[in-house]
Design a protein around this ligand. Sequence first.
Ligand code: FUB
Ligand code: ZN
Length: 677
Amino acid sequence: MRSEVSQPLSLKKIHVTDPFWAREIGLIRQAVIPYQWKALHDQIPDAAPSWWAHNMRAAARAVAAKKAGGLFVPAHHSEKIETLPEDGKKPLEDAFYGFVFQDSDGYKWLEAVAYQLMSRPDAALQAQAQEAVDMICAAQEEDGYLDTFYTLTDRDRAFTNLRDNHELYCFGHLAEAAVAWHQATGKDDLLNAARRFAECIANKFGPDKERGCPGHEIAEMALMRLYEETGEIRWRDLSQFFLDVRGTDPNTFALEENRRRAEKGLPELPVSSERYRYHQANVPVRDITEAVGHAVRQMYLACGMADEARVADDAKMLDACERLWHSVVEQKLYITGGIGATHVGEAFSRPYDLPADTAYSETCAAIGLAFFARRMLQLKPLSNYADVMEQALYNTVLSGMALDGQSFFYVNPLEVDPDACETDQRLSHVKAVRQKWFGCACCPPNIARIVSSLGQYIVTQSKDTLFFHLYIGSDMTVNLGGSEMTLRLEADLLKNGDVRLSVTDGEAQGTLAFRDPAWASNAQVKIPAGVKSWSENGYLYAKGMWKQGDQITIHFTMPVIAVKANPMVKETMNQVCFTRGPLVFCAEEADNGKGLHLLRALPDQVAGAREKTMAIDGLTLPAVVLPGRRIIAPDENAPLYAPWTPAKTEDAEITLVPYFAWNNRGKGEMRVWLAAE
Ligand code: FUB
Ligand code: ZN
């Protein structure tokens, strides 16, 4: 294995204390997890039902009936998806409702709970999670199969539509939750359920069995986790099998589709892989050059690929991961760390196509990007990976949830006009306000799990080197060269770029590496005498014998920066946006009135930006006030077109708030990119 490969710290060894992020993690624990438990049980008034508990209980009854030798007659004996009961009717007790992947919502919830328990044990929360675990285990069939959709509809059709029906996706989320639950509690009930399901899958698919791969990736990285947790190599083999099959001819999605078509007497379709860009199955994974198709799927695949590159030291896979990375960050990434520019297929668009108002930028996709970035960092400590991870976390991931944790965005555009998105079909995917829940509720529990596991993104360790990727205040216990030491990282990036790392206990010989963020033009570093230091790949390394009382302080300058996009991005031509540290800022109607498109920012005068704080929903957040201009709106009799004359403008102060905090003060316009004068 390559010498630079690093691993995150166990969440039992790192405790986030950061003034901003500790609140977020606490919010997930105190507000979001209880809220989502209610959502899983359909107890949130006026919110779309989840059906998770309903489906699990119904499947458990079906499984029990089968075990008792009885006949289970499905209420819906077809693959038709019932999102809601027929109009005005009560749900059928034994029917499946919701999207085919509804099981995954509960698995994500459980994974988030497990991370929280790792940081801080809580008997009541654990008991509630145990209830969920028991419900899941009860829904598992005797042969290990565990997917309530097929259990409640037509088990004989299991694994006949991997492309669309998400069994392997649900398995992936189950395995991720099971590993986390095992790590948190030492209990192997869910881990065994995941293993039994993995076994059931491995009995069907493999080199000497049927070819197939997940329509929605995640099983690849989940199997790698299962392998790393249990040491059972067959899970790594299965993950590799899925990666190797993907995008090769004859395409397995086409083959399974042809089998379904044959049942209906329909003619065969071509079996070449080209048609499967949406599923990233258009080329073999080691030949990937561009991020394509459904953005979350692409990111989850990238994670599986990066895990394979790390675990198997697979150089071709690493090359493919790097090409994928460059495709995303150099051509397809929003300034907010969002990805997936088009709602058509929730997908990546062509290079440089980054529209602001019609953006999809699904919360889960930004989460997937952060997952991928962390894995790339594990492979190679290059600061660009951490820059992008931070960009996604501080902006789009956070914007996915209201400051009170009670409502969520699925889609994260960079420009919103409520009147437009409420009346224009082309913008029907854009919501002007966060929603209480979604029929397709992939994003809220995904936020819960990434924020709850934030400690795993801050630091990774490779042998005797600790890499500090994110400046998020935390206390940690590390072992360098066999000696244990406790460290305190202090930072508050919402305020300033002052960072301090102190050895609070113990002593050890090793190297501490600190990322030099792209947003900091100038770092002033103080390290103890006798420590050897050097810079490499955007990290400042400090090697020495560390002992209690040692401190490293870094002052990163954190000015407001006026940012332009590459001119190939047509959408943002002559527009500017403003960032400070990891935060992207936006203008909101609440501060600047209606008609944000009339504002003209003055990028040349960015040095005159005034920083201030603003109270939003009880939080004190950074804000920026800029000198600017506003085009005086024409009166309503003005013609649509007229001979050109310079626009009439007036002075205007432009107030900007962090993008993640937008829409916490009622409905209104929002813009990240402003016209530049
Ligand atoms: O298909 C499962 C999840 O639902 C995807 O990851 C999201 O994009 C949403 O389509
Ligand atoms: Zn989502």
